[in-house]
Design a protein around this ligand. Sequence first.
Ligand code: ATP
Ligand code: MG
Length: 754
Amino acid sequence: VMCDPRSLIEGLNPQQEEAVKYYGQALLIGAGAGSGKTRVLTRRIAWLLAHGFWASSILAITFTNKAAAEMRERLVTLVGPEAEHMWISTFHSACVRILRRDGKEIGLKSGFSIYDTADSERLVKLIAADLNIDTKRYTPRMLLGKISDCKNGLVFWKDQLKKANCDYTPGQRGYQVSAGDVDELVAVVYAEYQHRLALANAVDFDDLIMRTVELLQTCPQVSEYYRHRFRYIFVDEYQDTNHAQYVLVRELSGIDSDEQPDPQARGAGRVGPSWITVVGDSDQSIYAFRGADIRNIQDFEQDFPNAKTIMLEQNYRSTQTILDAANAVIAKNENRKPKKLWTALGQGDKIVGYAADNAQQEAGWIANEIARIHTEEDVAYRDIAIMYRANAQSRSLEEAMINANLPYQLVGGTKFYERREVKDAIAYLQAIVNPADNVNVRRILNVPKRGLGARAEGLVAGYADAHGLTFFESIEHMDQIEGMTGRTTKPLGAFRDLMHELADFAKEHDSKPSEVVAEVLDKSGLLEELQRSEDPQDASRVDNLSQLQSVAAEFEQNTPDATLAGFLETTALVADSDQLPGEGEDSGKVTMMTLHTAKGLEYPYVFLTGMEQGTFPHQRAMEDTSELSEERRLAYVGITRAKRRLYVTRAAVRAQWGQANDMMPSQFLDEIPDELIDWKRREAGVERMRASWGDDDEFGGWDDDDDFGSTSFGESMYGSSTYGSSSYGSGSRGSHSTYGSSHGSHSSYGSGRS
Ligand code: ATP
Ligand code: MG
């Protein structure tokens, strides 16, 4: 490595330098937001490389693929191209690599599919139908959530059956779950779900972690291989690891093995546990709903003998005002170690507050203010971020941005890879790579329409079930399926031939995923069906498919050994924040995202919106202390994203569940010391003006119960959707009449807070 190690500690404060240089087996860098944790982690890796440690012996885990790419880039800048050889990835990506290499040891065939949440839900739905489960009462989503909880806690399906005292055998027919026994229900669905995943040679997201742990725990030669390989393990955002991830780290590090280091050993000798460095802030733990366990960071010193903890106290990101606000809010959480966080950046601007009459007005004010600081204060759009608690809130904000003609990008929402047409195309690719993938084969059976309805699907599925075949194998035996008529066998045969043709094409063009995508779009008739359609929505769907082809072409260019399977992996593992432009790329746009997505990021100007009881903190959290603490940590994350100026806004009326509700100010607003906030408008409902940007009875703040998820309409990300075009904003969507009626009811409000 051509790099002077001294350059790596330049400009660091003493604690940061100590952390970079620390020589020892277990290190925790615990510190508040913006204190340089991620920076120190990166420097520490560079430091090791500069001292002759092998790049291939390093494993660094980040929270998103985007963070991984950034860290890699930075390391290449710091120490040179050797950094390319390092494993820097998310937990999920690292596990995919491990399972691709060694998954055969636990029964995974190469080319296994990775199911996303929508695929998994489809599978649960199929199972629920077969088991006669009342899906009104037990929704597939809820069942999947329970399965996910099991997996995050490393409860295997057999354990869950035992726990529920249940003797169900996967694949068994006619089993009756005792009424009202949720444990048993979950156990049975979980067992069946794993059974069918295995038949389909597929795994879901949680399996990536759980099955890797299973692999390491059951195959000593495999775990030994990785223990020798990864001598230095780094984990960023450690506060958000769940139990399964925690055990995974332990397994990889070999901390529990009784192997003692052998000083005589060279090469393949006994090596003893790997070095481990974790970085995190327990005040920023915000993924409890995915099983994140704050104790992982709190107990680090007990978990890893002789662990060293280094605390960083200087914040390099934010002004004192912003830090004071953040510190005041988080201080209200119980059972936390108080932290001192200070900054040399000075007091800075006051926080700017604004109370709006309703969500539209709030959004309108924000758009105005953005336009104002852009022209008057010369603030670049890319330096501004708007954050909110739930995706559904983005709608009124987007409307305002569009009406004010401001460039923006929405992160999250309906993600590119979750769009119907994109998923259809990908289902074809999955089915080509892995014909056993029943969920995806069934998805495309009648897409585009080829006259294969539910009856045909049922016949094939029934035969497959009875003969232990995959769905596609059963199609190959269709002449033996009873009840088939010529009306079914003809299109079914055409489908079979199509898939064979596509598979042959894919074999010949494996290294050119973009050509396979083109072939699929063309031969399947997917593209033609959309092109023929008169529905304007379908025009944007066509654009999305062409975008998919571009993504594949880009993948080819950036990946030396590109394969179709490799391409599918990258599409399966994109997270929300991966959609953001990378460092140095100039987006030139205002960024809009949920608070969860904002973790680890920073922007000079941040708008925290919807600061109301019931919006943020979320309704559910208001009666539950532990959930409220989690919301408060989320507020802490939000506030500390801001570098120069923070805005806090709220609306006195917001539509929820189709009803206009009066909203009290968020308690987090009250927790920020009064003198830190400069209220541009403190009381809502006092000056009730007609909003100048829209019609009074139009309203766009329809809030779904969507938390972090998938049902927002934001499609501006790839620039190709109909959304954001001029057809928008005419009020044709979403003019819910409930609004007008309670519009006047919030005037009583303003007096409560002076
Ligand atoms: P978070 O808790 O939000 O993940 P963090 O602790 O990981 O934050 P970083 O993102 O590493 O903090 O650093 C915050 C900002 O401060 C970054 O812009 C980083 O470049 C800068 N920074 C950190 N340490 C220093 C330093 N010693 N000198 C100058 N800038 C620094
Ligand atoms: Mg960080």
